[in-house]
Design a protein around this ligand. Structure first.
Ligand code: SAM
Length: 480
């Protein structure tokens, strides 16, 4: 079958070493090709694919020597087949093409196999072998050590997701495992924490054990605190417990800094201590918590530390570092309208909902984030979301809705702020009531003011700007 070719500028094509299977260009071969071109010899078209992160550029899949020869003879445009690999591994595709005219050397095969497997651990030795022209066993020997490390990583991911109460079918799907290979990992779960537990019992700290075993701190906390009650867990974590919603005489729900062991450095990250207080007051051990926009993962991390189960979702997909946050985009404009992410029968005991506070941080989130919506569309989204939520919870489920007044104060003195542009906390409460959610608590949990530097504060004072650091945790239920 002849494939369609296009003429593309040679200057828009690059040799991307990440997907080039050979150790380097053979300059003798390039010199022969250049001579052939000058003699009027016609070559087969080269093959390229669009560069994933450089619009308008192409990277070579096949024909590095022909491309080099064209460049050296001053040709400006070259005949090329622009491929859509449709998810196939570009390095392996390039390798398969490369071995047509000349086998890869032993070094090149080994290196290509290892790079391909490191980039995509679900590739089988057979698939890699077919692309590089080597037997499955040879490939097995090339990647044995990588596979061992990866298996360990996989077991830890399964352990973590299992501990958070994510159903097995969703774990298998998330990790790209067939049911049979998933069953093979399960028996290992019982003994996986033995070594870390042994170190904890010998007096090593959580941080030391986490470092030694390459586990995240919250996982080790979940082992270290197993069997303890909430009060003792708070004590060991060094999180003072707030007895009041907000009083000057005692601790407030206010933390100047996030506990950096929990959650990632994420735009709009909230302190784990805040989530832990919600969990302690409004759930019991082993309850199921749902976080529909989990961001940097502070809710699942706090749930690990306090022995709660957690289903977390976010539009940002980070399978390697946050397998427990399942990718899901809440999209009101889709054909079917807003959908619920899971078909599980079990319903959450608590929902912790910390959405983007209107367009604050819109630049930091994905283009499809609800922070990119107009004020009207943002409020409509919330209304549709709360209706859907009510349909998917139990009678006794609580909702902890975290948000702040949104006022356009950035460059405007307080007296000039317009009523119409803002979204205040009572606007949210109106929507919540309209959708059948009734609040029992409005807890003040201010954002730290320490993030404003002296220069910013001085400029605000000169212009009579009244900033916003108030943030609220509104606790609601669907009962009357
Ligand atoms: C305020 S952040 C959550 C921060 C989180 N509580 C933490 O402490 O790390 C809001 C999150 O909502 C997510 N988000 C925004 N619009 C979304 C949508 N339509 N569907 C799914 N996630 C969305 C963003 O990716 C972002 O991670």
């Amino acid at each position: 079958m002849t494939q369609q070719t296009s003429k593309i500028p040679i200057s828009s094509i690059i040799l991307d070493e990440d997907i080039y299977p050979r150790k380097g260009i053979d300059h003798k071969r390039v010199a022969i090709f250049s001579e052939n071109i000058r003699d009027g010899f016609r070559f087969d078209p080269i093959e390229v694919e669009p560069c994933p992160d450089r619009p308008g550029w192409y990277r070579l899949l096949d024909g590095a020597h022909r491309w080099s020869a064209f460049k050296s003879t001053g040709v400006e445009e070259v005949e090329a087949i622009i491929k859509d690999l449709d998810g196939n591994d570009p390095l392996l595709y390039a390798a398969k093409k490369a071995i047509g005219p000349r086998q890869l050397t032993e070094d090149e095969s080994r290196d290509t196999a290892r790079r391909a497997y490191s980039g995509n651990a679900s590739l089988s030795s057979v698939d890699i072998g077919k692309a590089i022209g080597r037997a499955r066993r040879t490939v097995d020997s090339y990647i044995a050590d990588l596979r061992a490390v990866n298996q360990m990583g996989l077991d830890i991911k399964i352990f973590r997701m299992n501990r958070l109460g994510i159903p097995q079918d969703r774990i298998a799907e998330r990790l790209g495992l067939a049911r049979t290979s998933f069953q093979y990992h399960l028996p290992k779960m019982a003994t996986l924490p033995d070594s870390a537990n042994g170190d904890l019992a010998s007096g090593f700290t959580v941080a030391q054990v986490a470092q030694k075993h390459g586990w995240a701190d919250p996982m080790v906390w979940s082992l270290a605190l197993e069997g303890k009650n909430d009060h003792d867990r708070f004590k060991e974590l060094g999180w003072g417990f707030c007895t009041w919603d907000n009083l000057k005489v005692t601790r407030k729900w206010e933390w100047n800094d996030c506990d950096k062991q929990f959650g990632d450095d994420w735009p709009g990250r909230i302190p784990a201590q805040l989530i832990a207080h919600i969990l302690r007051y409004f759930t019991k051990p082993d309850d199921l918590v749902l976080d529909p926009m989990a961001g940097g993962g502070v809710t699942p991390d706090a749930c690990l530390a306090l022995g709660r189960r957690c289903w977390a979702f976010d539009m940002m997909d980070r399978p390697e570092t946050r397998p427990e946050i399942e990718p899901f985009t809440w999209d009101i404009s889709s054909d079917q309208g807003l959908l619920w992410p899971v078909s599980a029968k079990e319903k959450p005991d608590l929902v912790i909902f910390d959405p983007p506070y209107f367009d604050k941080k819109a630049d930091s989130y994905d283009k499809k984030s609800i922070s990119g919506l107009s004020r009207k569309a943002y409020l409509e989204f919330l209304e549709a979301f709360f209706i859907l939520l009510k349909l998917n919870v139990k009678k006794k489920t609580r909702l902890a809705f975290i948000n702040a007044d949104w006022r356009d104060f950035q460059n405007t003195s307080a007296a000039e702020e317009k009523y119409k542009g803002g979204i205040l906390i009572d606007d949210y409460i109106d929507i919540l009531k309209r959708t059948g959610w009734y609040h029992t608590h409005i807890i003040q949990a201010p954002i730290s003011s320490q993030r404003f530097n002296a220069g910013v504060v001085c400029a605000m004072q000169k212009k009579n700007i009244l900033g916003v650091i108030s943030r609220y945790v509104i606790i609601l239920g669907t009962y009357h």
